[in-house]
Design a protein around this ligand. Structure first.
Ligand code: SF4
Length: 438
């Protein structure tokens, strides 16, 4: 596989699916779907870069964060070779601004000795492995009591999921960035130690700082050399299903993805009673169990899709996603209930058994006090108003949903009402002839 340079994200993507990376690198017309959360993160990073940079005269490039943010929007509309990377929704602009403000508040620039803001490393390591890295922020942390001068590199993470300080020791990004700055002649002589910190912007905290000694970084550099050789020797990149397949630009041509979709969405053939009657009991039981397993899987899949859509709504800070044919809407309904204390007090005052008002349901309380206007007024005045927990509904646009016929009181949930059988004239409801009255 032809890979021009290694980067932490490329290594990560190669572990997830080689075929996708191959298409990203070499298929003309391959288009990656860049989700709104990624665009929000890009804009926040761009703003932070401009905020922490100084001009040639040594003063900050932008005095106000708002100006840096709007300049960042301009930058995002015109990415060289990548088209516009500006978020598409108005709410995303607000979300990106909030992230940028959180970064600026956490790292107050006037109190920091900033060495660089968004430094790009593009070149070869000492073992000739080409790398391409971008480091968000470099801060000179000064000299400690042992005479060590530390350069701390900071990476802002704008997603929801954070990793622990322990997890950081396994991250390519941490090792690769530390390797790059420790090899950089500009810093290698000036600093004696290099630290790496993640700032989880949405969560408002840091993990790290961590560091590696020179020997460990040399090991990593050596491993990168071997890994780069292995990647270059890949003749047939393999397809591996992973949690990011939904945004993959080659999923329509991907054999593995198509097979998986067919299996996940296949509708089992419906059998008529006649067809079932010719099948062996054992076959029916096997089929029954198989369908049960499929139903469990499908329910899990549906719940997973619902959770994912829900998180998308949260990220976009909206209650509705509208597609071409479907829309996902998060709704909660208003509900009223009488105050428990009032109902109990009324029961006591009117010598009624509170147990008959089943869990102070609105209907039960109304039935008991309907003939007493004073009690009804007291109930209404103390009524508690609330909302049900939000639930997600996916509906087809332009198709009216069928309204379910209202259940009659007393019909248990999930059961059908028994049909009313009208007795034939001259017969009892049991179908027997009525005995003529003597
Ligand atoms: S759809 Fe998934 S498995 Fe197929 S190429 Fe894309 S990432 Fe790989």
């Amino acid at each position: 596989m032809e890979v021009s340079a290694l980067s932490p994200s490329k290594l990560e993507r190669l572990r997830l699916c080689e075929a996708r990376v191959e298409s990203q690198l070499h298929d003309e017309g391959y288009e990656e779907e860049k989700g709104e959360p990624a665009l929000i993160g890009t804009l926040a990073h761009e703003c932070a870069k401009l905020w922490y940079r100084k001009g040639v005269d040594g003063s900050w490039l932008y005095a106000e964060l708002g100006d840096a943010f709007r300049a960042a929007m301009n930058e995002c509309t015109n990415r060289q070779g990548r088209g516009s990377e500006l978020p598409r929704e108005a709410s995303s602009i607000q979300a990106a601004r909030t992230l940028a403000e959180q970064i600026a508040t956490h790292y107050k620039r006037d109190g920091l000795n900033i060495i660089f803001a968004e430094r790009r490393y593009k070149g070869n390591l000492s073992n000739a492995v080409p790398v391409h890295l971008i480091i968000d922020l470099g801060v000179d942390r000064g000299v400690d009591s042992h005479g060590n001068r530390t350069l701390e590199i900071i990476d802002y993470k704008t997603g929801f999921i954070a990793c622990t300080t322990e997890d950081m020791y396994d991250k390519d990004q941490v090792l690769m960035n530390l390797l790059a700055v420790s090899l950089d002649p500009e810093y290698a002589t000036k600093f004696t130690s290099f630290h790496f910190t993640y700032f989880w912007v949405k969560l408002g905290y840091e993990t790290g700082p961590i560091s590696f000694d020179g020997e460990r970084l040399k090991d990593y550099e050596h491993w990168l050399g071997l890994e780069y050789k292995r990647i270059k020797e890949i003749k047939e990149p393999t397809e591996s299903l992973n949690r990011f397949c939904a945004s993959c630009g080659r999923r329509n041509d991907c054999k593995k993805y198509r097979e998986w979709m067919t299996e996940a969405l296949a509708e089992p053939k419906l059998l008529t009673l006649e067809e079932m009657s010719v099948l062996d009991d054992e076959v029916l039981m096997v089929q029954h169990q198989k369908l049960k397993g499929q139903m469990d899987k499908l329910e899990k899949l549906r719940d997973g899709l619902g959770d994912h859509l829900n998180s998308q709504l949260t990220v976009r800070q909206t209650d509705e996603i509208t597609g071409k044919n479907y829309k996902a809407v998060r709704r909660s309904s208003q509900h009223d209930s009488y105050s428990v204390q009032t109902v109990l007090a009324l029961c006591q005052a009117h010598h009624r058994d509170p147990a008959s008002v089943l869990s102070v349901k609105k209907k039960g309380a109304e039935e008991m006090f309907a003939s007493n206007p004073e009690a009804m007024q007291q109930l209404t005045l103390t009524m508690k108003k609330g909302r049900t927990a939000p639930s997600l509904q996916v509906v087809q646009i332009g198709v009216k949903r069928k309204t379910q016929p209202k259940k009659k009181a007393g019909t248990p949930e999930g059961t059908r009402e028994a049909p009313v059988i009208q007795p034939a004239p001259g017969t009892s409801p049991l179908g027997q002839s009525e005995t003529p009255a003597l």
